[in-house]
Design a protein around this ligand. Structure first.
Ligand SMILES: [Zn+2]
Ligand SMILES: [Zn+2]
Length: 148
């Protein structure tokens, strides 16, 4: 829980420094994504929103997700249609993700040189990337150990 508070505090600081607002609604969505051990789909996030007197409409949650994506506080995993927290949102990056098909665990690699050489190769091809995300499907260490 301590870690969650630290991460939320970091997000608040980043937003303040950028002059954007981490509204209570956005912070609630951020906490759900940060607090989950696994990537969450938009439906799961909607489902887990606290049942206050005014339950947020789906568009509100989607807008909050868009905001968090824009600020680099979360990433969207295309292959899973799910969102995952970013643990170094202060440095802009696209990131590479190791997705375990056994247990669903996802780890983010943050190798700037991969982003960079990928971007150079893409630029050279004339292709325009919309969502430059690298997702690697495979088996995590603990699933591999369990299989032995
Ligand atoms: Zn990241
Ligand atoms: Zn696994």
């Amino acid at each position: 829980m301590k870690h969650l508070e630290r991460t939320v505090e970091q997000a608040r600081r980043l937003c303040r420094a950028r002059g954007v607002r981490l509204t209570p609604q956005r912070e609630t969505v951020l906490r759900l994504v940060y607090g989950s051990a696994r990537p969450l789909s938009a439906y799961e996030i909607l489902d887990r929103m606290p049942a206050t007197s005014r339950r947020p409409a789906p568009p509100t949650v989607y807008r909050a997700l868009d905001f968090l994506l824009e600020q680099g506080l979360i990433h969207r995993l295309e292959s899973l249609h799910a969102f995952i927290a970013c643990h170094h949102p202060d440095q802009p990056h696209n990131g590479q993700f190791l997705i375990c098909t056994g247990c669903g665990r996802v780890d983010e690699l943050c190798e700037g040189h991969i982003d960079q050489s990928l971007q150079e190769a893409v630029d050279a091809s004339g292709f325009r990337t919309q969502r430059p995300i690298v997702e690697l499907l495979g088996t995590c260490v603990s699933c591999r150990n369990n299989a032995d």
